[in-house]
Design a protein around this ligand. Structure first.
Ligand code: 4AD
Ligand code: MG
Length: 432
């Protein structure tokens, strides 16, 4: 049994007879005519049934279909100006594939905890479906962007022996008699890779054992991490800006239906691609927070609330660079003009979404890096391979990481990262 047609392809098939296979969203029936909202995973469409067009037995089955029953339909594609896609189906034949009883998600309001417990069913709902489709387009935009720029995909391992983003967020696991960690970032490996292939990127799951129950934190999330040899901080900012604009552009082009369904306002997204992103230093960002009247201690890292204040000042993403050396990881390059700050950058999304990208230029000097590793209390032996990259043909290089889930939350306009992927992992959630 092979499905012949998908709902997403129907607009080009007006007046043709098609066969669809999918699930019942809702049935409304007056006895003489029956309207079924139907979905097949590629879209939603109204199917109209009447005894004039189909046999009496199948019409009876259609009238009594319950939510999420699986059905196959043969029918004619006709115009209907009232439908969002301009078309609907007049049913000719209907076959019940499997009957669903007592589907737990009903049109009434449900609490998020309940829905998260039945995430395996919740993902069928139109909003969740739209978010997953937009996520797919975001990921496709990312892959095309780097591919078009001649990057080589060089995925990093998940099991690692070294930390990258601080020991407090490492997931530890037993590895044949020694300790291994789940990767917090592929960056260190990409630094080696970029000296092999010039422009490297990895794209995969990363892990943070953070007990933060916020709307921006997951314990497992997907990150794309480009790394480029002979690139400095300015090049890194340009690359990040181009990536975000490519993502927004593709979603605007490919997902107008999904954005409409999510009631996402389009203007803020359009302004993202209308011009360059402002670039401000950490010091300038601190000024913005102080001017707002919010309390802030100079030298601290920005929290979610601080990022909201900074990003609300601009109508497109803002790049904040040159953070204090003291609060940043060992690998960041100290500014030669002022070693108290590093040549790093964060990209903060507008509308209060905050940091979606973190990165910058890396320390390429062997001695300076060794010193920084020691100062961070790390064992230089564990990092001997990483130090080797500096011993053999060291060059200035830079890169960044973009968190997919935060990017999806921002672009879809939803309030929490837990709805941005299929089965999110958070401190309180390992199931389903
Ligand atoms: O700022 P982060 O920690 O930077 C790094 O890991 C660098 N090593 C990346 C690099 O330069 N190659 O993380 C990068 C991005 C953040 O901006 C955010 O979008 C996302 O990863 N992120 C998270 N997303 C969801 N849940 C979490 N707990 C996240 N932590 C970081
Ligand atoms: Mg960061």
């Amino acid at each position: 049994m092979i499905q012949k047609t998908y709902i997403s392809h129907l607009t080009s098939k007006k007046n043709e007879t098609v066969e669809l296979a999918g699930w019942v969203v809702k049935v409304r029936d007056s006895g003489k005519i029956c309207f079924m909202q139907f979905r097949d995973g590629t879209g939603f469409i109204q199917v109209v049934g009447s005894p004039n067009d189909m046999n009496a037995e199948e019409f009876e089955i259609m009238r009594h279909l319950s939510i999420e029953s699986a059905v196959q339909i043969k029918g004619i594609v006709v115009e209907n100006a009232k439908s969002p896609t301009g078309i609907e189906i007049i049913a000719k034949e209907l076959k019940l594939v499997s009957k669903t009883e007592n589907y737990p998600i009903t049109p009434k309001e449900h609490g998020t905890d309940f829905l998260m417990d039945i995430r395996h069913l919740w993902i069928r709902s139109p909003r969740q479906h739209a978010i997953l489709r937009i996520r797919h387009q975001i990921i496709t935009a990312i892959r095309h962007y780097f591919d078009d720029l001649d990057f080589t995909l060089t995925d990093a391992p998940i099991f690692t022996a070294n930390e990258c983003e601080g020991s407090s967020t490492l997931f530890e696991t037993e590895y044949f008699g020694e300790s291994a960690f789940l990767s917090q970032s592929g960056q260190l490996y990409m630094e080696a890779a970029c000296q092999a292939v010039g422009r490297a990127y990895c794209f995969g799951p990363t892990f943070r054992a953070e007990k933060s129950n916020t709307r921006r934190h997951l314990t497992e999330f997907w990150m794309v991490e480009p790394e480029v040899a002979y690139m400095d901080l300015e090049g890194c900012m340009e690359l990040a800006e181009g990536l975000i604009q490519a993502i927004v552009k593709r979603v605007l082009e490919r997902c107008p239906e999904e954005l409409r369904l999510l009631e996402r306002s389009i203007e803020p997204l359009e302004s993202v691609i209308a011009g360059a992103f402002p670039r401000i230093s950490y010091d300038e960002a601190v000024e913005i927070i102080k001017k707002s009247g919010a309390p802030f201690t100079y030298g601290d890292d920005f929290g979610g609330a601080d990022e909201t204040i900074i990003s609300n000042t601009f109508n497109r993403p803002v790049i904040v660079h040159s953070y204090p050396t003291a609060i940043k990881p060992f690998y960041m390059k100290k500014d030669p003009k002022n070693p108290l700050v590093v040549r790093n950058m964060d990209v903060l999304a507008p509308e209060g979404y905050g940091e979606v990208i973190g990165g910058g230029q890396r320390e390429e000097n062997y001695e300076t890096l060794l010193e920084a590793i020691k100062e961070s209390g790390l064992n230089p032996e564990t990092y001997s391979w990483y130090l080797d990259v500096r011993r053999y043909g060291a060059v200035p290089h830079a890169g960044f990481g973009l968190g997919v889930e935060r990017c999806v939350a921002w672009i879809t306009g939803i309030s929490h990262v837990r709805e941005t992927g299929l089965f999110p992992r958070m401190p309180q959630r390992l199931r389903p």
